[in-house]
Design a protein around this ligand. Structure first.
Ligand code: 0O2
Length: 194
């Protein structure tokens, strides 16, 4: 298949599928242990050619397949959408114990939100073949917010009310975060600390 990944393509696809399978097994284990829903859904993708080329250009990388898999750490991307905030950390802890991968980097944008209001837990992992993947863990409301903000960011023809939109997005992010905490508190009141 002709794409930016060249000979790496099928091995990257296999890595994505292995991670998805491991996550599916983790979901069953966690949900059996806590006797409740922990993960709402999981999405995996290989970064599109267009998006890879744009990132290479931004980072001044010559976009050969070898350079791409070595320098772009989110060519394999997995997003895990959890029901409650505390569940994101349960998933994080379980991923740290996955066999066959090493956690290279973690960024906690849930405890330390980006200035625009973005919240999510990011892990960069690497398999034994040296391929990287980025795992993003977030709640349903964090995911809804990120999708809207992403659409607006890439809709380049918005010139009107840009400042108002940015401020409103930030306000929504903070309100959603506060609601996430309230929902968590209510769950803890019903089921006790899990
Ligand atoms: P896409 O199109 O979603 O794949 P990097 O750019 O990855 O080398 P960086 O910026 O330090 O390094 O990584 P970071 O902060 O961990 O962000 C990587 C990914 O997180 C992004 O990938 C987005 O998917 C998501 N992300 C980070 N910040 C924001 C944000 O402010 N809003 C939204 N909606 N998503 C964010 P890409 O490749 O930029 O985008």
């Amino acid at each position: 298949m002709e794409n930016v990944y060249g000979n790496h393509y099928y091995r990257l696809l296999t890595f994505k599928e292995e991670l998805e399978n491991q996550i599916s097994r983790m979901e069953q284990t966690l949900e059996a242990f806590y006797d409740t829903n922990i993960i709402d859904h999981v999405m995996g993708r290989l970064k599109s050619d267009e998006s890879v080329l744009e990132k290479c250009s931004k980072k001044s990388i010559d976009p050969t397949p070898d350079n791409i898999v070595a320098a772009i750490h989110d060519v394999v991307g997995i997003r895990i959408i959890c029901t409650f905030v505390d569940d994101t950390y349960k998933v994080r802890d379980a991923i740290r114990d996955f066999s066959g991968i090493k956690v290279i980097e973690e960024k906690d944008y849930i405890s330390n939100a980006k200035p625009n209001g973005y919240r999510s837990y990011h892990m960069i992992v690497q398999n034994k073949e040296g391929y990287y993947a980025e795992i993003q863990i977030r709640t349903i409301s964090m995911d809804t917010w990120a999708a809207l903000e992403h659409d607006i960011k890439y809709k380049k023809d918005i010139n009107v009310n840009k400042e108002l939109i940015t401020a409103e997005l930030k306000r929504c992010a903070d309100e959603l975060a506060s609601t996430d905490i309230s929902m968590q508190t209510i769950r803890n009141m019903i089921y006790g600390q899990m």
